[in-house]
Write a protein that binds this ligand. Structure first.
Ligand code: TXA
Ligand code: MG
Length: 299
C-alpha cells in the first residue's frame, strides 16, 4: 500500500491526516463526516467559531458543495485553480455545520500540490483542513513542523512552495477579501471587478470569523523595526530585506515560516523584522507579519 492509499483509508475511516499543499501543510478530515471534523477542532484546540476550508480536486467537486456558484467563482477558479485561492460561497446542505462554524457559507479551495490532489481523489471525498498546527502556533511549511500526535498520519510532500496561507475571498454577496495571500488584489479585481477589503485585513485585527489575532505567531516576541532602529534588549535576530530575507515578495513568503520556525527553536528574546513595502504583492506577507507582531515586547 502506498502512503497516499494508507492516508486515504484513514480519511475514509474518519481519522486525521496531515498533508502537504502548496501554501502550508493541512490537517485533513473527511469534510462530509461531522465526527471526523470534530477531531480536527479537538486536536488543534481550535474554537468552534472558526470555519474550516474544504479542499476539492476539481471545479466540479466545488460546484457540488456550493448552493450557489457565482459567475465570479467560475472565472476565478478557471484562472487560479489549482492554486492558493479560497472562495467563500453559499454552502450545500451536505456540508455539516461544524465545518463552517454554523455559517451559511463554505470556503472552497483546489490546492496545487500533486499529493493533496491525489489524496482527495483516492479518498473519494472533499477534505476539510485548517493548517496543521495547534491553534496558537505557526503554520507548518515542512512535514517536520507538524507536531507529533496532532495527526494519525503525516504525508511528507517536501517544502510548501508558496509558504503562507491562501488568499480568502468571499463571493457570498459583494466580493470581499477576508485574508490576503500571495495573489495581488488588483489582479483579482481586473477579472471580477471591485473587491471590498475586510476592515481588519492587514491590521492585526479580526476581519472574519476565525481570523483570530493569535494566528501566525511564533512564541518568540516579534517586532517590526526599521533596520536603523535600536534593537530590543537581550539576544535576538534580525530579518532584513535583501540580507537575511529575500527582496522578492514570492520568495520572501516561501521562506518566512520556515525561518520563523527555525528562529523560534533558538530561545531568543526577540525577532526584529524589517517591514516590507506596503504594496499589493506584499499584502499577504505584511498581514502575517502584523499579526505576528501584535503582542508588544515588554522587557
Ligand atoms: O492555505 C490555506 O488556506 C491552508 C491550507 C491547508 O489550505 N489552510 C488554512 O486554513 O489556512 P485555516 O483554517 O488556518 O484558515 C482558514 C481561514 C479561516 O481563518 C477563516 O477565516 C476562513 O479561512 N474561512 C473559512 N471558511 C470560511 C467561511 N465560510 N466564511 C468566512 N471565512 C472562512
Ligand atoms: Mg491556520
Amino acid at each position: 500500500m502506498s502512503d497516499i492509499e494508507r492516508a486515504a483509508a484513514l480519511i475514509r475511516a474518519g481519522r486525521l491526516v496531515a498533508f502537504p499543499t502548496e501554501t502550508v501543510y493541512g490537517l485533513g478530515a473527511n469534510a462530509l463526516d461531522a465526527e471526523a471534523v470534530a477531531r480536527i477542532f479537538a486536536a488543534k484546540g481550535r474554537p468552534s467559531t472558526s470555519p474550516v476550508i474544504v479542499h476539492v480536486d476539481s471545479v466540479e467537486m466545488a460546484r457540488r458543495l456550493a448552493a450557489e456558484w457565482p459567475e465570479a467563482a467560475e472565472t476565478l477558479a478557471e484562472r487560479y485553480w489549482p492554486g492558493p485561492l479560497t472562495l467563500v460561497v453559499p454552502k450545500a446542505s451536505r456540508i455539516p455545520d461544524i465545518v463552517t462554524a454554523g455559517l451559511p457559507t463554505v470556503g472552497l479551495r483546489m490546492p496545487a500540490h500533486p499529493v493533496a490532489l491525489e489524496l482527495i481523489r483516492t479518498s473519494g471525498t472533499p477534505i476539510a483542513a485548517p493548517s496543521a498546527n495547534r491553534f496558537t502556533e505557526l503554520s507548518p511549511t515542512l512535514a517536520e513542523h507538524v507536531a507529533e500526535h496532532l495527526a494519525d498520519f503525516v504525508l511528507d510532500g517536501g517544502p510548501a512552495r508558496v509558504g503562507i496561507e491562501s488568499t480568502v475571498l468571499s463571493l457570498a454577496g459583494r466580493a470581499e477579501l477576508l485574508r490576503p495571500g500571495v495573489i495581488p488584489l488588483p489582479e483579482i479585481e481586473a477579472l471580477v471587478g471591485p473587491v471590498e477589503v475586510s476592515s481588519g485585513v492587514g491590521r492585526g485585527a479580526h476581519p472574519a470569523p476565525g481570523m483570530h489575532l493569535r494566528h501566525y505567531r511564533p512564541s518568540t516576541p516579534l517586532v517590526l523595526l526599521g533596520r536603523e532602529a535600536p534593537p530590543p534588549a537581550g539576544h535576538g535576530a534580525w530579518l532584513r530585506l535583501g540580507l537575511e530575507m529575500p527582496q522578492n515578495a514570492a520568495e520572501y513568503a516561501a521562506s518566512l515560516y520556515e525561518k520563523l520556525h527555525e528562529l523560534d527553536r533558538r530561545g531568543l528574546d526577540w525577532i526584529a523584522v524589517e517591514p516590507p513595502p506596503d504594496r499589493p504583492d506584499w499584502a499577504g506577507v505584511l498581514d502575517r507579519l502584523r499579526r505576528a507582531a501584535a503582542e508588544k515586547v515588554t522587557r
